[in-house]
Design a protein around this ligand. Sequence first.
Ligand code: GRF
Length: 239
Amino acid sequence: MSTPTLRKRILVLVSGSGSNLQAIIDKCESNYISGDVVGVISNVPNVYALERARRHNIPSVVIDHKKFENRESFDEALARSAHSFSADLIVLAGFMRILGESFVTPYYGKMINIHPSLLPKYPGLHTHKKAIQNKDSVHGASVHFVSTELDGGPVVIQSIVEINANDSIDTLQSKVVRTEWQIYPLVVMWFCQGALRLQQDHVWFDNALVEKSLESICLTDYQMIINNNNGTQNDEDNQ
Ligand code: GRF
């Protein structure tokens, strides 16, 4: 008798449109990721990410940060809700709140974030604007484990795009987010497979220590993903 594969339980935290959430749901449903999105928590009511969850029959919860007196009480409510989903992995996907130590520490190694910059460059907001203003030749996105430092945890992989002379903040944002839909499900897939883990503040991949972020090989990986993309990725659906 074959052993059933244990699918991982994925909880996704959102604040907005949820295009990364959609990319992850799609890759779970196609079994590219051996896991399921078992819940979605939003800190903003009525965002499109909640509609995406509804369409896929995924339970969702709104914990509106504006209804809390301070960050600590919000974090406590969030922790209670997150705990109820018994998640193996927490995925921050366009989640726009800074999380305190009491929330982050228990999930260290089990919580990842995607940030639209080539970290450690440009943590925080307005990354596309900063890259253009600084006349950078490249920009991109980073997937990293979440630590108590804002956008500062160990980086797993980065996607890189070229900045052209005629790029605006909008065109650059649009180029970068399209790469996010590739690299984020990839990292979730690796984690759910057990290939990726965090040990003593370092990223391990297939039992080998990754000396630095996978930045140096991510271009190759990214090209590979794009080349292998057989058109199942639906950009319209992700917008
Ligand atoms: C993405 O660029 C992500 O990197 C950032 O928020 C943006 C929107 O994400 N954190 P989504 O469409 O809500 O997934």
